[in-house]
Each structure stands twice: as structure tokens, then as C-alpha cells.
Design a protein around this ligand. Structure first.
Ligand SMILES: [Zn+2]
Length: 470
């Protein structure tokens, strides 16, 4: 167990006044003590293997794949039974190309048979229990080895290192985290242990946003780390504020929400820093991040294997991210359908020199970030690709759909917004979808974030799995 894990558990109970001293003492320790063995080991491995040739990577991937599949078939009751039913001949599994001989699994299966996915070599009390929301909104729970927490953090830091971010870099944090009580302001909290300036994303009023700007000038965090919806709100305020911000950030680390091209462009323009994002999920099967040269997602090959499957379960250029995790033999998830839709990069090489597979983009969850035309075809939010100055006059918007071919666009306007600009937006959107969706505009006073602090642009109320993907 890493020291930071133990310290943080107690640290969060300390009164705000003592945190400064605790934080200063903590940073007297060497980095390997603070983050622990799992973090160090993973970081070393990632550094050593980052630029391996395709052949060298394939060898490592095949080793990891064969280990997890054979282990699962031998130690996990669910796979033993399912592979038996499917007549999977384990002797015919030679390398990762043979993955297509194995059946896929999904969230509903995991929910129904959770304990059967547990290896007979592990006990639940030795593991972490994680829950995530399923495709129908019901949570699904699973077990992970405790070492996964710091291993995951090593992967995230490895990806962020391409943005110049180090484990000790200071960050402005705009996430759904509850702000610690006992500080001077209920909406702002500076945490010296994590070097984080935490700002409340649930109450991003003009008054609070002004206070956030003052705090940014005071603490000068090197990076912004948070949800794109919240970063957008801050950017909109900074742009409308006389004088903007004097402080400049080294980079913007966007997490947990899909990023639209127009959001990326806008935020980069306002802060003068690049946005870096990565794809990941709580099941920890596939992680992929941007690089110095490109915003495509480079899959980390030793973390897990990624396939894109079409509706018929065949490997395709665009499809559902289906992951086989290499790190968690306590509860292996093999060919697990995540519900996220993505497409492969069509380009052969990335100028960065890494040989990992790349995703051109993640379009979002198949049942959450999609709109439906009157013919019943899907249009992903990313495909709307709104590049227009008219959107500068909107603070935030939401697309509500409860009828195929009709979308209500709720708009929280900036002061400079006008009906004329609204008409232009409606025209642009309808043109994008070739008139197959009608957009009805509605001005509103507030568009709050969800209970987890994340913001969903699409409020899709149709039973969307009944429609086809196009
Ligand atoms: Zn690259």
C-alpha cells in the first residue's frame, strides 16, 4: 500500500488549518516513498516500453493476453462454464488474433453473475469493490486488486507527462469533488498535499467564478484538471471578464466527459494552452491518451486489449469499445462490451514515434450522446461538429429529445445573445443533419450539472437501443 493512500485517508479528516503543515512535511519525503512500489514499478515499465517497435509490443501484448485468458479459463467459474458451453478449445488460442474465438460479455451479465467472475484464488475482503452505472442506469459492481489504484495513477501520470505534467505539479481542479469544509470560502479549497486548488463546479455563478479567478492568480496552478463542461464555464467567464487572467496555464487535462472539437478549440483559445484528454473507464480495461503531436487516443498496450465491435460482434473500423483487461486477474473481464463507441485512426504512423494503436476519437456512449433522426438513424453529438462564432454567445446548452427527428435545444445565453443569433444556430444545426432533425430553441435561466458534477449535453429520453446505428 502506498504512503499517499494511507496519508490521504487520515489527511482528509484533518482540520483545514493543519493541512498546510501536513502538506509541507509530506513533500519532504522522496517521491518513491510517497507514491509506493506499484506506482514506481509501473512508471518504470511504461518508460522502458513506450517506444518499442510494433513487433516488440506485439510480443508483450500476446504474453499478457495469453496469461489472462488461460488464467480466467482455469480459475474463474464464469469463464470455465461459458467457454465450455461455447466449445472454446483453449489449445487453439495462440495469440491475441485468436480473441475472436472467445464470446463477449457485457454489463448485464456481470451484474447478474458478479461473484462467479471472481477468481478462486482471491477473497472479496482482499479486494476493492467498485461500482459504475450500467447502460440502463443500474449500477454494476466489480472487484479489483488494491494495487490497481496506484497502477492506474501511474498510467494517468504517464499520459499526462506528455503535457509536461509531473506527479507533484500543481493543478486547478474542476471536478465533482465536494469542497472541504472549514476553509475561508465554501466554494474554494486549496489542498497543499495534492497541490490542488479545488473550485466548486456545482455553483459556478458569476460571483463565484470571479473568486476562482482571484484564487488562480494567487496560487498559480500549473495545470487545469477537470470536466470539460466546468472548464468551458470558467473560460466563458474569463473571456467576458475585463482583463482576462494574468496567470497562464501549462496545459489543460480534461477528464471523464467526452470532448467536442468546438469545446477544445474555444478553451485552448481562451487559456492559450493545449487540451490533453484521455479515454478510460472504471472497469480499467482500456486506457488511451493523446500525445505531444496528435489528439488521437494512443492505446496503452500493456494495460488491456481494445477491439471495436459492430452490432453483429465483428471487429470493425467503427464500433463499440470492447476491452480485455490485463491488470486484474482477481476478476478478469475478457471481451467486455463497454457501451462506448469509437473509431480507429486511419493514419498509419503518428509523428510522435509510438507504435501503439490509436483511436481517432470516442463518440460517446451509444445510448447517451446520440440524437435520433425521424427515420430512426443515430447522429452522434461529435458529428454535429459546431464550429461557429454564434456559439460564443451561449454559456451552455442542452439537447433534449423525446421524439425522433425533434430536439429541444435549451440555451443558457450570454448577455450578447439575440434571437437573430439563435436563428443562425438553428439553421446551422439543421443544415448539419440535412434537415433530418428539427431543433426547437428555448432560452432558460439555469442549466445545472448532475449530482456527480458532470454535465450531460444530450438528455436522450427515447428508448434508443431500438434504433439502428448509422
Ligand atoms: Zn502520437
Amino acid at each position: 500500500m502506498s504512503l499517499i493512500y494511507t496519508v490521504k485517508k487520515n489527511y482528509d479528516r484533518l482540520p483545514a488549518s493543519l493541512l498546510k503543515i501536513a502538506g509541507a512535511l509530506y513533500y519532504c519525503l522522496p517521491a518513491e516513498k510517497r507514491y509506493g512500489g506499484d506506482f514506481e514499478k509501473t512508471t518504470d515499465l511504461l518508460k522502458k516500453t513506450e517506444y518499442l517497435s510494433k513487433e516488440e509490443l506485439d510480443t508483450l501484448v500476446n504474453e499478457r493476453f495469453l496469461y489472462i485468458v488461460k488464467y480466467a479459463a482455469a480459475h474463474v467459474p464464469y469463464y470455465r462454464e461459458k467457454y465450455g458451453e461455447y466449445g472454446v478449445d483453449m489449445a487453439s488460442i495462440h495469440d491475441v488474433r485468436d480473441i475472436v474465438k472467445l464470446p463477449t460479455i457485457d454489463k448485464e451479465e456481470l451484474r447478474a453473475h458478479r461473484d462467479q467472475f471472481l477468481s478462486d484464488e482471491y477473497k472479496p475482503e482482499d479486494l476493492m469493490y467498485i461500482t459504475t452505472s450500467g447502460s440502463t442506469g443500474n449500477p454494476v459492481g466489480f472487484y479489483q486488486k488494491k494495487s490497481m489504484m496506484m497502477t492506474e495513477w501511474a498510467y494517468v501520470m504517464h499520459i499526462w507527462s506528455r503535457a509536461g505534467c509531473k506527479p507533484d505539479s500543481s493543478r486547478l481542479v474542476l471536478r465533482g469533488k465536494k469542497i472541504k469544509e472549514g476553509g475561508k470560502d465554501p466554494h474554494i479549497f486549496y489542498d497543499p498535499l495534492r497541490r490542488e486548488l479545488n473550485c466548486d463546479v456545482f455553483n459556478m455563478t458569476e460571483e463565484n467564478l470571479e473568486k476562482y479567478c482571484v484564487a488562480i492568480e494567487k496560487y498559480k496552478p500549473e495545470f487545469i484538471h477537470g470536466y470539460m463542461s466546468a472548464i468551458m464555464m470558467l473560460a466563458k467567464y474569463v473571456e467576458s471578464r475585463g482583463g482576462g487572467l494574468k496567470h497562464s496555464f501549462k496545459g489543460i487535462l480534461a477528464v471523464s466527459e467526452n470532448i467536442l472539437r468546438e469545446q477544445r478549440d474555444y478553451v485552448e483559445k481562451v487559456f492559450g494552452a493545449r487540451v490533453f484528454s484521455f479515454y478510460g473507464h472504471s472497469e480499467r480495461l482500456v486506457i488511451a491518451g493523446e500525445c505531444e503531436k496528435s489528439s488521437q487516443y494512443h492505446i496503452e498496450p500493456l494495460y488491456g486489449y481494445c477491439e471495436l465491435l459492430d452490432r453483429n460482434g465483428r471487429q470493425a473500423n467503427e464500433g463499440e469499445i470492447t476491452g480485455t483487461g490485463f491488470l486484474n486477474d482477481a476478476m478478469p473481464l475478457i471481451r467486455y462490451r463497454t457501451g462506448d463507441i469509437a473509431s480507429w485512426s486511419g493514419e498509419k504512423e503518428c509523428p510522435c514515434g509510438r507504435h501503439a494503436l490509436r483511436l481517432a476519437g470516442v463518440q460517446g456512449r451509444w445510448n447517451q450522446d446520440m440524437l435520433v433522426t425521424k427515420e430512426g438513424a443515430y447522429v452522434s453529438l461529435a458529428a454535429l461538429n459546431i464550429h461557429s462564432d454564434e456559439f460564443d454567445y451561449i454559456v451552455r446548452y442542452k439537447l433534449v429529445q423525446d421524439e425522433p427527428g425533434v430536439v429541444t435545444m435549451k440555451i443558457l445565453p450570454q448577455k450578447e445573445y439575440s434571437n437573430e443569433k439563435g436563428k443562425r444556430i438553428k439553421g446551422l444545426l439543421e443544415e448539419k443533419v440535412s434537415g433530418k432533425i428539427r431543433f426547437d430553441l428555448q432560452l432558460v435561466d439555469d442549466l445545472p450539472v448532475g449530482a456527480n458534477g458532470k454535465y450531460k449535453i444530450v438528455d436522450q429520453r427515447l428508448p434508443i437501443h431500438h434504433f439502428k446505428i448509422s
